[in-house]
Design a protein around this ligand. Structure first.
Ligand code: NAD
Length: 252
């Protein structure tokens, strides 16, 4: 499977890349993957770990010229066709809405939402030729307003709708598009908060399955959505949250 993964230097993106590599090895297939991230040394390290089929590409997804160049480099490495695009990189800038600065709103929207559209557009021909599949990482915060991250909630709601619209518009071209919406997952994005005393336990206790997620929980669902077992799944937004969203109504 020829795949591009964004946000591959850390957390969920890195787990997706490792999962695709181990699935390819188990199937006896050559790995062909482009690892995109703003963190050059992070993707260099991962590419070394995964071997010659993996290419590290530094990109700032908030800058369109950088994104276009990175996709071109990635597609050259993959030989032109593309079976999977994992649009996963993301940022969060906590602040109550009354304090959100317009330039921070715009920057985060450009990385979390606009880049997903631009990546899909730049990959469209390669995906169409391969009858490929897109998976976008949104968040349970895109469906549930969350304390002090209203900008993030807004751009994640938008990116989920964008992905489902792609499913609608590009399905006739043979392109599937789905969304994973993680709940609280232990990654670079959440480590500082979750490592505060007692937070991991309190968060875990709010989850029916009794724990905070790990990146591999999300990677497994991404791998399923990319693969042939999901051949008739498109336009879905799947929470990967241990049942958290199913348990929000308080007991009376
Ligand atoms: P992470 O911080 O570990 O990984 C995010 C990656 O995105 C990093 O490697 C970072 O360098 C990269 N990135 C940031 N800005 C970039 C840019 N401008 N250009 C290119 N790459 C850039 O966090 P994660 O939790 O693995 O996040 C992955 C996705 O999962 C994000 O979209 C995030 O919003 C989403 N998510 C995470 C959680 C959670 O609890 N961790 C919950 C819901 C959704």
């Amino acid at each position: 499977m020829r795949t591009i993964v964004t946000g591959a230097a850390s957390g969920i993106g890195r787990a997706v890349a490792r999962r695709l590599a181990s699935d390819a090895a188990r199937a006896g297939e050559d790995l062909r993957i482009a690892l995109l991230d703003i963190d050059a040394s992070g993707v260099d390290d991962l590419a070394r770990e995964l071997g010659p089929g993996a290419l590290a590409v530094q990109v700032d997804l908030g800058r369109d010229a950088s994104l276009v160049q990175a996709v071109s480099t990635a597609l050259d490495h993959l030989g032109g066709g593309l079976d999977g695009l994992v649009s996963n990189a993301g940022v969060i800038s906590p602040a109550p809405l009354k304090d959100v600065r317009a330039e921070v709103w715009d920057r985060d929207f450009s990385i979390n939402t606009r880049a997903c559209l631009r990546l899909a557009q730049e990959c469209y021909e390669a995906l169409r030729g391969a009858r490929g599949s897109i998976v976008v990482t949104a968040s349970v915060s895109g469906t549930h307003p969350t304390a002090d991250v209203g900008a993030y909630c807004s751009n994640k709601a938008a990116v989920s709708m964008l992905a489902r619209q792609i499913a609608r518009e590009w399905g006739p071209d043979g392109i599937r598009c789905n969304v994973v919406s993680p709940g609280s997952t232990f990654t670079g994005m959440t480590r500082a908060g979750l490592e505060k005393p007692g937070v991991m336990e309190r968060r875990g206790a709010q989850v029916p399955l009794g724990r905070v997620g790990v990146p591999e929980d999300v990677a497994a669902v991404v791998a399923f959505l990319l693969g042939p077992d999901a051949a008739y799944v498109s336009g879905a937004d799947i929470p990967v949250d241990g049942g958290w969203t199913a348990a929000l109504m308080p007991k009376v």
